[in-house]
Design a protein around this ligand. Sequence first.
Ligand SMILES: [Zn+2]
Length: 213
Amino acid sequence: MNPLQEETFYQQFSNQRVPKPTYQRRTYLCYQLKPHEGSVIAKVCLQNQEKRHAEICFIDDIKSRQLDPSQKFEITCYVTWSPCPTCAKKLIAFVNDHPHISLRLFASRLYFHWRQKYKRELRHLQESEISLAVMSYLEFKDCWEKFVDHKGRPFQPWNKLKQYSESIGRRLQRISVEVGLLSKREIGIFPQKKKNEYKERPFYSTAPRKKCI
Ligand SMILES: [Zn+2]
């Protein structure tokens, strides 16, 4: 594989605001492929190409492997930015066409999460078979260990990594809740009890639901 340089990882995957002097944050996608029961087949780092986003390169890369459809496979993806609407649609179509592949997608940051079109596709991703989540310390560390040419050096978390991750995670959750996608139980706010127990209790009492698109 083509491991990331340490500086590239810290600059591109960091979930902080860009420090000065500023630099451009690009889309990097690192994925690990393995059979459901078995050892890792591939670890690959991709980035946006001209007119070809990293997610599309990823889909093409997996397709070219012609994975045995009678076997189950697991892919874990770490991306610097959540997918744009076009890539989100293509990823959903890809997992629908390849039900033997289970895809987990962890994003460091949410791309244009305030724009309706982007929010809508984030919701669709959540509704799909793809597991979408925001990277936390564990995923950053795992990404570092698997995909960075760290020469044995340990991952050094940056200032406020946890706070930024939680804040971005709450944003993703709110986008999901707006459409009523996540059940209260899935969010894990309330303990798992009887199904209709929450009917009388308003959920996000401090955050009024916005109208669905
Ligand atoms: Zn894209």
